[in-house]
Design a protein around this ligand. Structure first.
Ligand SMILES: NC(=O)c1ccc[n+]([C@@H]2O[C@H](COP(=O)([O-])OP(=O)(O)OC[C@H]3O[C@@H](n4cnc5c(N)ncnc54)[C@H](O)[C@@H]3O)[C@@H](O)[C@H]2O)c1
Length: 328
């Protein structure tokens, strides 16, 4: 097992879904954890996500768009995980300038803070599989061209390149992990704006019906959050990840309709309805996503461990006693 004993870790976006799960794991592995998050109301951030570790982490409630507090936060850190983002595809189409501010300028702020005040920090930035847009060959690997279909994904493409540019030009230690459809505890399950799967889980937990757009035949690579966190930690702990981009996707795909069926089977008692695609969603839909994860397996020794049934049951068991904290 990787040890982070004595490592000083900064997690931007640490109150959100992935960042808070990462904070828990980093503490378990012996790190000193600082969370930097502005609790953006249009994101999946939730203070409850760290209620059980609030006395063990240092918390800075601030924005990655604010350069000075970011510079202060990055001092003396060994690892920075950037999980802060304007995370909604549909919201990025409604508020493209905010998306640029957070997902591009915010990332430049992080990189500049590192360049000026802490060149030794290892930066692990989170990208997204949707940077690719529609697949032009199958499966997608790290060499596949990027033609993103929405503003969030386009800005993620840009910010990924900033991270690599700073790595190359200023000899910063930077890595990008592109994640895809992550589900599990501590996500925003209230709103359809943050990915269909966690939203479906939220509906199932309330025994409500799930609406699938169209036939639901498009394939998705889905990952349980613990597997995503494991990939992030491996990237942080290895020099072999410096200057590289990895897809951290699951070994297999499911179509959206089958994911909905599994959610109803293991979590709820509602039924599944087929509805017509809303125009705004259809406009940014990318079709099948089939990811090759050979590179991260080979270089970092990562592999996804949690199958769909296990992941859904663990997710159900997390939310059931705490549903109000995520739905009110
Ligand atoms: N969840 C997924 O399926 C998925 C898939 C691919 C990539 N990602 C990426 O993973 C990262 C984490 O996503 P998540 O699912 O945990 O999202 P999330 O919305 O749950 O968390 C994002 C966190 O960032 C914080 N934040 C937003 N703007 C900020 C700002 N300007 N300054 C400081 N903090 C800010 C929010 O308050 C929130 O706590 C993001 O970069 C996202 O793009 C997620």
């Amino acid at each position: 097992m990787i040890s982070l004993k004595g490592k000083r870790v900064l997690i931007t976006g640490g109150l959100g879904f992935i960042g808070s799960n990462l904070a828990h794991r980093c503490l378990d592995l012996g790190a000193e954890v600082t969370i930097y998050d502005c609790l953006d109301p249009k994101s999946g951030g939730n203070l409850y996500n760290i209620h059980d570790i609030r006395d063990s982490v240092h918390k800075i409630l601030d924005d990655i768009r604010h350069f000075e507090p970011l510079c202060a936060a990055i001092l003396h850190k060994d690892i920075l995980f950037n999980c802060a983002a304007f995370t909604s595809h549909p919201n990025s189409m409604k508020e493209p300038l905010i998306d640029i501010d957070v997902n591009c300028k915010g990332v430049i702020n992080i990189l500049e803070a590192a360049r000026r005040f802490n060149r030794d920090v290892k930066i692990v930035h989170v990208g997204t599989s949707t940077q690719i847009g529609r697949m032009i060959r199958k499966p997608i690997d790290e060499t596949h061209p990027e033609f993103p279909a929405d503003i969030y994904s386009a800005n993620k493409t840009a910010s990924e390149k900033y991270v690599l540019i700073y790595g190359g030009a200023y000899k910063l230690r930077t890595t990008v992990l592109r994640l895809a459809n992550v589900y599990g505890p501590r996500s925003n399950i209230r709103s359809a704006d943050f990915g269909f799967m966690n939203y479906f889980i939220g509906l199932a937990l309330q025994d409500r019906d799930i609406s699938v757009f169209g036939r639901g035949e498009q394939l998705r690579n889905i990952s349980f959050v613990d597997d995503a966190v494991d990939a992030l930690i491996r990237a942080a702990g290895s020099e072999k990840s410096d200057g590289r981009v990895f897809f951290a996707g699951a070994d297999r795909q499911y179509n959206v309709a089958d994911i909905a069926k599994a959610i109803v089977k293991y979590i709820g008692s509602g039924s599944i309805r087929r509805v017509a695609w809303p125009r705004d969603r259809e406009a940014i839909e990318i079709g099948d996503v089939v990811i090759r994860n050979a590179l991260i397996k080979r270089i970092l020794g990562w592999k996804p461990r949690v199958d769909l049934k296990t992941g859904l049951l663990r997710t159900r068991d997390y939310y059931r006693p705490r549903l109000r904290q995520y739905l009110d």
